[in-house]
Structures are given as C-alpha cells and as structure tokens.
Design a protein. Structure first.
Ligand SMILES: [Zn+2]
Length: 258
C-alpha cells in the first residue's frame, strides 16, 4: 500500500503535467505551429501565461475558467484533457503494474488522447504524429513486447486492412470513406501493440463505429456525415487493446481452444 502511494503520487503529477503538454499539442499541431515556443498565451488578449497560470487543473479552478488579464473564458477542454491524461496514466499502472512496458504504452496513450481530440475537432489525423509514431513504435519493439516481428506484422496488418477497406469502399461507392490518416494511425497502433492486439483494435473500433453510426442515423434520421470520425474510435479501441487486449485474446482463444 505504501509503495502504491509512493508510485501513485508522482504518477498523478506526471499525468497532469503531461496532459498540460498534450493540450498544447492538440491546440498547435493542426495549425503546424511549434509546440515549444512561444509560451502559452491567451488567445483573446495575448496575455503571456505566468507559471502560476499554468498549473494543471488548479489554475483553471482558481481563475474560475477565465483569463487573468481580460477575463475571457478559457475552454473547459484544458482541465478535461489534463484530468483524462492523469486518469489514463493511473489506469495503466493499475492494469499493467510497475512494468517497463509502461514506457511505450504511456507514450502510445498520449498519442491516442491527442489524436482523439484533433480528429474530433478537425476531422484530421496529422502525419506529424502518426508517421513518427510508426517509427517510434517499431524502435520500442526492439526492447519491449511484442517484439520486432510482431510489431512489423502489426503495422502491415493495421495499415493494410484499413487501406483495403478504403479501396473497396471507394470502388463500391465512388467516394472516400476511409482517410489516409486512419490507415497510418492503425499502422502506428500495430507497430506499438503487435499483430494480435491490432486485430483487437480493428474489431473493437469497427463494432463501436457501427453501433454509434447506426444510433446517429436512427436518432437524427441523418446520414453518416454526422457520425463521429473513425479516428476517435481507433483511439478508444487502441487504449482498450493496450490495457486489456491480452486478456481479451486469451479469453477468445479459450472459447475455441481444447
Ligand atoms: Zn486574455
């Protein structure tokens, strides 16, 4: 128990601090501006944030969700992303334990959070994240599970499956259903998680996407344009596969095993 607290407290603080940086990435990567400089400033009045304005969650609460200088409202997205990142960090520790595999998995989780938020807002999965992500996932596989062979096959299955689905859909309907960003994103997930867990990700994201898609059509009587972008489902499914995929696979194999 005491060791839990010794690990949990730094992990919570790390999660909040990293979440604060992810906010910067979510805000700046789509417009291709630097995530390092200039420092954070109010989008309304240009006020440069001092360190006391930059404390995750605490500053937002202390300032009542408003800029210190001009009192313009600050998006609730900032503390939400910080709290979610913190929760995701703690959940990884609770599920995977104090294992070195936390290093690649937390990095993947950060990418999933950023891609979720950017795809939700802009319907975009930037190459700036997915392409280096593929390379980093493959490099990590030299040191961590699932190992380089599984990572390479995972990357090919992940990217290849969505590319084929996209091609088939294009042949059938004459319009693009699957963006290239989805292809690269699942290739990245495959590079981090290996071929088994990338299949889990593909199945879960497809089921979730289909269920939500049908619900949107039924409730709004609209068309699929209103459905959430597929990258948001890939993010959630990737996180589920990273945390629970091994258990899911062994349960599934057990169903049909001897
Ligand atoms: Zn301001």
């Amino acid at each position: 128990m005491s060791t839990d607290i010794l690990v949990l407290l730094p992990l919570i603080l790390l999660g909040l601090a990293v979440g604060s940086f992810l906010n910067v990435c979510i805000h700046r990567v789509p417009s291709r501006t630097s995530v390092v400089s200039p420092g954070s400033h109010c989008p309304s009045c240009g006020y440069a944030l001092a360190w006391a304005d930059n404390i995750p969650v605490v500053s937002y609460a202390a300032l009542g969700g408003r800029c210190r200088s001009c009192r313009a409202p600050i998006s609730i997205r900032y503390p939400i992303v910080e709290l979610i990142t913190m929760a995701v960090f703690v959940l990884h520790y609770a599920v995977l334990g104090a294992d070195p595999i936390l290093i690649p998995r937390l990095l993947l989780a950060c990418a999933m959070i950023v891609l979720f938020a950017i795809d939700l807002e802009h319907h975009l999965l930037p190459n700036l994240i997915t392409l280096p992500g593929i390379v980093i996932g493959l490099l990590f596989s030299l040191l961590f599970p699932p190992g380089p062979i599984s990572a390479l096959i995972g990357m090919l299955i992940g990217g290849g499956s969505l590319w084929l689905i996209g091609m088939a859909y294009y042949r059938y309907s004459g319009q693009e259903g699957m963006g290239g960003g989805d292809v690269k994103m699942l290739a990245m997930i495959g590079a981090f998680l290996g071929w088994k867990l990338v299949l889990v990700t593909l199945v879960f994201s497809s089921i979730a996407g289909a269920v939500i898609g049908v619900m949107v059509i039924v409730l709004r009587r609209g068309d699929l344009k209103y459905a959430l972008p597929y990258g948001t489902f890939l993010s959630l499914a990737g996180l589920v596969a990273s945390l629970y995929g091994v258990r899911i696979v062994s349960w599934y194999v057990g169903l049909y095993g001897p």
